[in-house]
Design a protein around this ligand. Structure first.
Ligand SMILES: C[S@@+](CC[C@H](N)C(=O)[O-])C[C@H]1O[C@@H](n2cnc3c(N)ncnc32)[C@H](O)[C@@H]1O
Length: 313
C-alpha cells in the first residue's frame, strides 16, 4: 500500500495545534522536526535513532510530518487540513510560512515510528480502542475493548468516519446477527461487531495489506470464531443475506453499489455507510433511497457524514 507524507513547515507555537488537526484527520502518526533540536544532546536509553545529519532538520521553524493512507480520503483530507491550519490564525497562533507539501512514500520508510503517538481512546458509549503496545484497565464492566495494531492498513479507529460506524454498529448489532464489513482496513469495525455479539462477520478488502492486518487484529481480539477475513471487491464475493452491512468507503464508491447492498441486506436489516464528505450527503441519500432503502439516521462528525439506512420489511 502507498502512503502520502504530508509536510507542514510552521512555527514552534503551532506544533501542538497542528498535531491535533492531523490526528483528527486520521493520520497514523505525526513526526516533528524542529530546527532548534539540531545539535542538542540526546538521551538514547531506549535505543532511539536520531537523525544526526544537519540536512534532516529544517533551517528554521519546525516541520510537522504526518502519514496518510492513499486508499483513504486523501484529497479531501489534505484540503480539510489546510483549511484547519489556516484557521489557527483566527486564534492568533503564528503558523509561520505554512507551506504544505505532499509526497508519496513506501511503507518501509516510516515503519512504526508513529506508534508513540497513538494511545487508548474511548470513542463511543461502550467502545475503547487500545493500541496493542499500551496497558489499559477497563473503567466499567460494560466497556468493549478493541485491541488494535493497524500497521499499514487504514483504521486506527479514531477517524471520524470509523467512529461513526462503530457508534452505528453499537446501536444496531444484536447477538446472532450476520454482518458484512466492506473495506475492512485494519478490521476495526468487524472486531467491534463481533464484540457486540454478532454471530458471523464477513470482513473483506481489496487491499492485501488490509486483509493481512485485519486477520491479525481479529486473532488479537480472539474473535476468530465469529469473523472471516478475505480479499474481495465490494460485495462481489458475498452471497449470504446479512442483518447489517457496513461500508466506510468514499461516497462515489458507495453510490456505485447501493443496489448490490440492497439485495444483500435482509428485509428489516440495516446498511451503515460512511466515508461521505458533507457535500456528498444528499447524493448518497438519494442513491440509497433509489435502491429502496429508507434513511433512518444521518450522523455528522466534523465535515464527515455517516448514514444509517434500513431495508423495509
Ligand atoms: C476508509 S478505509 C475504512 C477502514 C475501516 N473499515 C474503518 O472504518 O476504519 C476504506 C477501506 O476500503 C478498502 N477498499 C477500497 N475500495 C474497495 C473495494 N472496491 N472493495 C473492497 N475494499 C475496498 C480500502 O482498501 C480501505 O481499507
Amino acid at each position: 500500500m502507498k502512503w502520502s507524507e504530508l509536510s507542514i513547515h510552521t512555527k514552534n507555537e503551532a506544533v501542538e495545534a497542528i498535531s491535533n488537526i492531523l490526528h483528527e484527520a486520521g493520520a497514523s502518526g505525526v513526526v516533528i522536526e524542529d530546527s532548534a533540536e539540531f545539535g542538542k544532546p540526546r538521551e538514547d536509553q531506549y535505543g532511539e535513532i536520531y537523525a544526526l545529519n544537519e540536512d534532516d532538520f529544517p533551517k528554521d521553524g519546525v516541520i510537522v510530518k504526518a502519514y496518510l493512507s492513499e486508499s483513504s480520503f486523501l484529497n479531501e483530507t489534505v484540503e480539510e487540513i489546510k483549511v484547519a491550519i489556516t484557521n489557527l490564525t483566527n486564534f492568533n497562533i503564528d503558523i509561520g510560512e505554512n507551506s504544505v507539501t505532499v509526497v508519496e512514500v513506501n511503507e518501509e520508510d516510516w515503519a512504526t515510528a508513529w506508534k508513540q503517538y497513538y494511545h487508548p481512546v474511548k470513542i463511543s458509549e461502550r467502545f475503547t480502542i487500545v493500541p496493542t503496545w499500551e496497558d489499559y484497565t477497563p473503567v466499567s464492566t460494560d466497556e468493549l475493548i478493541i485491541e488494535l495494531d493497524p500497521g499499514m492498513a487504514f483504521g486506527t479507529g479514531t477517524h471520524p468516519t470509523t467512529v461513526m460506524c462503530l457508534q452505528g454498529l453499537e446501536k444496531i448489532v444484536k447477538a446472532d446477527n450476520t454482518v458484512v464489513d466492506v473495506g475492512t482496513g485494519s478490521g476495526v469495525l468487524s472486531v467491534g461487531a463481533a464484540l457486540l455479539g454478532a454471530k458471523s462477520v464477513h470482513a473483506l478488502d481489496l487491499d492485501e495489506v488490509a486483509v493481512r492486518s485485519a486477520k491479525e487484529n481479529v486473532t488479537l481480539n480472539k474473535v476468530d470464531d465469529q469473523v472471516t477475513v478475505y480479499h474481495g471487491n465490494l460485495l462481489d464475493t458475498v452471497k449470504e443475506p446479512a442483518d447489517v452491512v457496513v461500508a466506510n468507503i468514499l461516497a462515489d464508491i458507495i453510490i456505485s453499489f447501493t443496489d448490490d447492498a440492497f439485495s444483500i441486506v435482509k428485509p428489516g436489516g440495516y446498511y451503515i455507510t460512511s466515508g461521505i464528505i458533507g457535500a456528498k450527503r444528499d447524493e448518497v441519500k438519494a442513491a440509497l433511497q433509489a435502491s429502496g432503502f429508507v434513511i433512518e439516521e444521518v450522523l455528522l462528525m466534523e465535515d464527515w457524514v455517516a448514514i444509517i439506512a434500513r431495508r423495509p420489511l
